[in-house]
Design a protein around this ligand. Structure first.
Ligand code: PHE
Length: 354
């Protein structure tokens, strides 16, 4: 009986080795371990054996049972792995030939140039400890004008051509909600709940009801910046702007300030950079002046700080509004702002990453 069992096991191992299909393995298992299988058969024939025999043969049969089960499981796992590897190999696609992908009509995606420049600038500001904030495109009159020291009848409201929301059935909406005309809306939103010193930027889309031409669009992008603390001066503003612009253009830039008027800053400036094309000698890009107008900025008006809940006896700050589209155009030599929103894939696919 013991010999029979041992033979059974050694036959089983050679048979198992030869099998290459999961179903065959399962059949072999049933043949041995099933209800009417060979091992059960031997065990049931033990009925009439002596107690001694029962003990030794029973123990061997059980051991063989366990070993068979274990070997079967190993084999099934190995076969399963083979099936998966075979499937992986047969379904492999070679994507190293981009040309063949293009030929089949598939294109890889890319970032829009405004996104590329925006991300680059965000990273520079983040490395200088600025937070990056976001705000709503649909704004209320308070954050776009009132809180920025531009009361109802102020002539500065005419500086921007605003898209207002109207509802014929509800006059309370008129002149209350609008598409934000600048990212300065984030100044008061950003200051709320913060304790100086703090500094943040807020990039995003802005909207103006403008006639479009090569340098004007109804939708464009700004990047607002604000820094509030103790004893902030115009020289801090110049230092930050000069450092940041040198990082953006990847070379040392010269800047100058001219007076500029915005009700939310006092004093207000227009910041120019020395023309990067001609180095200041005069060319068509800088209209022979040697300087390119780049960003409006100034020291935050105390009324605006107060709307943000800041103690103006203790703190002051500066703010600026970078025109992102202008920067993108300067950086890539794009001569018409309308390309940026034209939706032409031949244009946008030239800019891939950042
Ligand atoms: N919000 C102004 C504009 O859109 C720009 C600006 C921002 C000016 C911050 C001064 C300070 O023209």
């Amino acid at each position: 009986m013991i010999e029979k069992l041992n033979n059974l096991f050694s036959n089983f191992t050679t048979q198992l080795e030869a099998l290459s299909k999961q179903a065959e393995v399962l059949n072999l298992k049933a043949d041995l371990l099933g209800k009417n299988g060979k091992v059960s058969e031997i065990l049931s024939s033990l009925k009439n054996a002596s107690l001694e025999e029962k003990k030794s043969i029973g123990a061997l049969a059980n051991k063989i049972k366990d070993d068979v089960q274990q070997l079967i499981n190993q084999k099934l796992n190995a076969l399963e792995l083979e099936v998966i590897n075979h499937k992986l190999a047969s379904e492999r696609i070679d994507i190293s030939h981009l040309d063949s992908i293009k030929a089949s009509g598939l294109y890889s995606g890319g970032y829009h140039p405004v996104t590329i420049v925006q991300k680059e600038i965000e990273e520079i500001f983040l490395s200088m400890g600025f937070e990056v904030l976001d705000g709503p495109h649909i704004e209320d009159e308070y954050h776009n004008f009132e809180a920025l020291n531009i009361p109802k009848d102020h002539p500065a409201r005419d500086m921007t051509d605003t898209f207002w929301f109207q509802r014929p059935d509800d006059t309370s909406v008129a002149n209350k909600y609008l598409l934000r005309t600048h990212t300065s809306t984030i100044q008061v939103r950003g200051m709320k709940g913060k304790r100086p010193p703090f500094k943040f930027i807020a990039p995003g889309k802005v909207f103006r009801a403008e006639r479009t031409d090569a340098s004007h669009e109804m939708v464009f992008h700004q990047l607002e910046g604000m820094l509030v603390g103790e004893n902030i001066s115009v020289s801090h503003l110049i230092f930050f702007m000069k450092t940041i612009l040198s990082e953006i253009f990847k070379k040392e830039v010269d800047v100058r300030l001219r007076p500029g008027f915005f009700p939310f800053v006092e004093p207000g400036f227009e910041l120019d950079i020395k023309c990067l094309i001609c180095g200041g000698g005069g060319c068509s890009v800088c209209k022979q002046s040697g300087w390119v107008e780049l960003l409006p900025c100034g020291m935050v008006h105390p009324n605006v700080l107060r709307h943000g809940g800041i103690d103006t006896n203790k703190y002051n700050g500066f703010a600026f509004g970078l025109g992102l589209d202008r920067l993108v155009m300067l950086k890539y030599g794009i001569d018409d702002i309308r390309h940026l929103h034209g939706g032409d894939l031949r244009f946008v696919s030239q800019f891939k990453s950042y």
